[in-house]
Design a protein around this ligand. Structure first.
Ligand code: AMP
Length: 589
């Protein structure tokens, strides 16, 4: 397509693979162009599930499906990246990279539809604080989705790239998303943009505040009611949706009513949720989480060797930064005004798209210098001769945190014994002195060494690439033997065999034939959880219809309500009707 930045015929896109939402974009005719997904929105909810016909669903449809099938619908998979776990998409057990590959696949499909060609390469953003195995898992996901990775870019760095006004010298970017928090301090100087420090927490975000708010709601229920809700996965999924909506509404209002009739139980033991949450309640619940972000800010300032007074600007990005408390607490803590970005949930994607444009050959007007936010170390024996055997190991930093990437550093150690047959170098990430107190990344081993004296030198080279992924080589100098492996034993790293199995699983899900529609089921065959949900949606629709609505939405809501009522009586498909009504209710909210 004319004007789209490509190298030769290759299309390069920028992808924000977010915990809650994902986006894809590129540079077209010199401007960032974010792509609308199949649902028509720019934001693709990072949710994966399976529809009643067995077909895989990604995005809004999957988010709606979660209400009917919480056990078979996956959200916030980003928080599990790098873990050796399986989650269920419908009845298929999948690894986190496989689920992320389905999300990436949906984004690539959307880009192909919109831009006229399938992207060949992508710049993908990850939290600055993502560790090596989480980055590796992201690369695995891209590989499974059939997309080459131009590079991984740290999210706050991408956010800062999007804010290229060129005015400010020192900018703090605060990024509070659904699942992760990052803060970076960037310096801009005559064509350079340098990341001075990055800090963060991969387990802190809007999801945590939702969970705390859900807990608050459960505590306000009678004990028996709370226990009944906790025991019912459908009810918990509805509660999670309801509290997230309430949290979002409270960024613009002072109070909000959470009304979920027939949340669980039947007849006299039915639990009807109906309570009001005030802005002050949310502030109190969110405060400890926002306080944790302030601690990260302080560390980042120290690492960058600046004080708050040196900052020219504080930019807030990420959807959860929309909570009013965030700007208040950050500004009070730093004594500098904190400004919410224009489109806080699109900023990172915007930066990724710009970087993709550059990768595809658009004019480069600024050199981007990024750093590693954590120290990478080799494990050595804690004594003077720096031997490589032993049980109590010290973490010897090879690449200290704050080092500019890409970087290659070599440290030389020594064998401990004469004729030592193997050398095994454990590798870890973190700031602790003892190896075991850091996060293990694996080890590199050289085996079957020929006889050589004790204290033979061993060179250990760490290469940290532009994506923040580590490659390690160890060489036994006397024999020249080396182990050229990168990190092994990473919990999620794909072997060739696992890759084939994973691909087959993904293909099977994507290729399911759509079964002919089932004959309309009578109400007697409805699952009680589904029926309860349907009846509750009908009530909610009725309540919304009592209020003020624009004519088109009123019409949609009322026909969607009628379709659900009909489906409860056995006429038409309940899943489709519930989905349409959920959508309409979202808009009416
Ligand atoms: P992101 O990962 O940047 O897409 O951010 C997603 C997170 O932002 C989720 O936890 C959302 O609930 C949250 N969020 C989105 N809009 C708002 C809002 N207006 N107020 C509070 N949180 C929001």
């Amino acid at each position: 397509m004319e004007g789209t930045e490509r190298m030769g015929t290759e299309l390069v896109v920028g992808i924000d693979l977010g915990t809650t939402n994902s986006l894809v974009g590129t540079v077209r005719e010199g401007r960032v162009h974010l792509v609308a997904t199949a649902d028509g929105d720019l934001l693709l909810p990072s949710v994966v599930g399976v529809g009643p016909d067995g077909r895989v669903l990604v995005g809004r449809k999957a988010r709606n499906r979660r209400l009917l099938d919480p056990a078979g619908t996956v959200r916030s998979i980003k928080r599990r990246m790098g873990e050796d776990v399986r989650v269920h998409v419908g009845s298929t057990a999948m690894t986190p990279p496989e689920v992320s590959a389905l999300i990436l696949g949906a984004l690539l499909d959307a880009a192909e539809r919109d831009l006229g060609a399938r992207p060949a390469r992508a710049v993908i953003t990850v939290p600055a604080w993502f560790a090596d195995h989480q980055r590796q898992a992201t690369l695995d996901a891209a590989e499974l989705a059939g997309c080459a990775v131009e590079r991984l870019v740290n999210e706050p760095t991408a956010a800062a790239v999007a804010h290229t006004t060129g005015q400010e010298a020192l900018v703090l970017v605060y990024d509070l998303g659904g699942g992760t928090f990052d803060v970076s301090i960037l310096e801009r100087d005559e064509g350079f943009m340098e990341v001075r420090a990055s800090q963060g927490d991969t387990r802190l975000g809007g999801d945590d505040i939702d969970a705390a708010l859900a807990e608050h709601v459960l505590l306000r229920l009678a004990e028996r009611e709370a226990a009944a809700v906790r025991a019912d996965a459908h009810a918990m999924a509805r509660l999670a949706e309801a509290v997230e909506r309430a949290k979002i509404a409270l960024s613009a209002r002072d109070e909000v009513r959470i009304h979920e009739p027939y949340l669980t139980g039947e007849g006299a033991s039915a639990v009807n949720l109906d309570l009001v949450i005030r802005h002050g309640d949310l502030d109190e619940i969110a405060r400890p989480w926002v306080e944790r972000t302030l601690t990260c800010i302080d560390t980042a300032l120290r690492d960058a060797r600046v004080t708050a007074a040196d900052l020219d600007r504080v930019v807030l990005v990420g959807g959860a930064s929309r909570m009013r408390l965030v700007a208040e607490m950050v500004a009070a803590h730093l004594d500098v005004p904190a400004q919410l970005a224009d489109e806080p949930d699109r900023t990172v994607a915007h930066g990724a798209a710009l970087l993709a444009g550059r990768a595809a050959g658009a004019a480069v007007d600024e050199v981007l210098v990024d750093i590693t936010p954590f120290t990478l170390a080799a494990g050595v024996v804690d004594d003077d001769d720096r031997g490589l055997f032993g049980s109590s190991l010290t973490a010897a930093p090879v690449i200290p945190r704050g080092t500019v990437v890409p970087v290659e550093r070599t440290s030389t150690y020594a064998t401990m014994f004469e004729n030592q047959p193997t050398v095994d170098v454990p590798i870890a990430q973190g700031e602790a002195e003892r190896l075991e107190d850091n996060q293990p990344l694996g080890a590199v081993s050289i085996e079957d060494l020929p006889p050589s004296p004790a204290q033979s030198p061993v060179d250990v080279t760490f290469r940290l690439d532009l994506s923040g992924v580590l490659h390690v080589t160890a060489t036994h100098r006397p024999s020249g033997q080396s182990a050229t492996t990168t990190i092994r034993n990473g919990p999620s790293r794909l072997t060739a065999q696992r890759r084939e199995v994973a691909r087959a699983r993904i293909e099977a899900l994507r290729a399911v034939e759509v079964a002919p529609p089932e004959p309309a089921a009578g109400s007697a065959t409805l699952d009680p959880g589904e029926e309860r949900l349907a009846r509750s949606l009908v009530r909610r629709a009725e309540r919304s219809l009592e209020g003020e609505l624009d004519a088109a939405l009123r019409e949609r809501l009322s026909s969607a309500r009628a379709a659900v009522c009909a489906a409860i009586e056995g006429v038409g498909d309940l899943g489709d009707a519930v989905e349409a009504l959920t959508e309409a209710l979202y808009e009416a909210y």
